[in-house]
Design a protein around this ligand. Structure first.
Ligand code: PLP
Length: 308
């Protein structure tokens, strides 16, 4: 077996800091056995967390909805994340926080007996689409597999129920696409593996309202589009609208705002990033240096100052 190549990074597990390669959980943890976990990913860009407050809000609310108890409060979690980044020395980082159901001391089947486990780590910034690939954009395949219905698993709780998305990726690779988008099985689009999707038609922007994670990049994009005075709404978006759109873009903490230039065999916007997408990309990266609550220096958070 070839040696596993770990990315450089730092981890926090079972109450202490650890090397990323030493951060391990029990095979009996329900996070592993049943995907019984929630997580969040915030990024650091040029030494500043982006939208840290929003990520912490979502993480705490996800844990509560899953009836999990975090061993740390919001301020302590923020300090752990900042210390992780400081330990790596990274200026740009991908920072993940996780709470798993954990293990029941008697291995009973009752989830109330489990001791929830908090884990966090910082690794190098990860891109779904690299900046140098933006001109080319993302090629999406529309998956035949519908996204898990929101009535079954609440998609606003960030979760690891990814088998629909992962199988969709395999199908996409076979079709020569880079990644996939799933529908709700009723003709509306939902989301893809790690990203939300927006369509632009006649200068108006829309993104699915239901059956999706309320992505922090999605929320940031809505706010930035409003600042740019571009009309934007969250509403049902049909597959037909996706195919007829003037522009399509995807949003994720792992890469920001990403132009979609191909859907199946259909070329979007002449195969180039469209003008509204371009303006939003600019506004999104400019917002990383804003200190009006949009971003905060890692060193300030490490000193207990969440607002910079
Ligand atoms: N949708 C899913 C299923 C995701 O897993 C993610 C992020 O990992 C997103 C959307 C984008 O969310 P965010 O902008 O908060 O990164």
């Amino acid at each position: 077996m070839s040696e596993l190549q770990f990315p450089p990074g730092a981890a926090f597990i079972d109450g202490g800091f650890a090397k990323i390669e030493d951060a391990k959980i029990s095979v009996l943890d329900w996070g592993f056995l049943r995907s019984d976990a929630t997580y969040d990913v915030v990024h650091v860009w040029k030494g500043r967390f982006f939208r840290l407050d929003a990520h912490l809000d979502r993480f705490l609310s996800s844990a509560e909805k899953l009836r999990m108890k975090l061993p740390y409060d919001r301020a302590q979690i923020a300090e752990i994340l900042a210390e992780l980044v400081e330990r790596t020395g990274f200026e740009d980082a991908y920072v993940e926080m996780i709470v798993t159901r954990g293990v029941s001391p008697t291995f009973s089947r009752d989830p109330r007996d489990a001791i929830n486990r908090f884990i966090a780590f910082a690794i190098p910034f990860g891109w779904i689409l690299r900046p140098e690939e933006r001109e080319e954009g993302l090629a999406l395949a529309v998956s035949e597999i519908p996204r898990i219905p929101p009535e079954s698993v609440d998609p606003t709780v960030k979760n690891y129920h990814w088998l629909d998305l992962v199988m969709g990726m395999f199908d996409a690779y076979e079709q020569g696409a880079r990644t996939c988008i799933l529908t709700d099985g009723q003709g509306n689009i939902t989301e893809g593996p790690g990203f939300n999707v927006f369509v632009v038609k006649d200068g108006k922007v829309a993104t699915p309202m239901r059956g999706v994670l309320h992505g922090i990049t999605r929320q940031a994009s809505i706010l930035l589009l409003q600042e740019l005075q571009v009309p934007v709404s969250a509403r049902p978006v049909s597959l037909h609208e996706l195919r007829e759109a003037d522009e399509v873009f995807a949003t994720s903490t792992a890469g920001g705002v990403m132009p979609v230039t191909k859907i199946g065999a259909h070329i979007v916007a002449g195969g180039k990033p469209g003008p509204i997408t371009g303006r939003l990309i600019e506004a999104y990266w400019a917002a990383h240096t804003r200190d009006d609550g949009w971003s905060v220096a890692v060193k300030d958070v490490a000193r207990g100052n969440l607002r910079g």
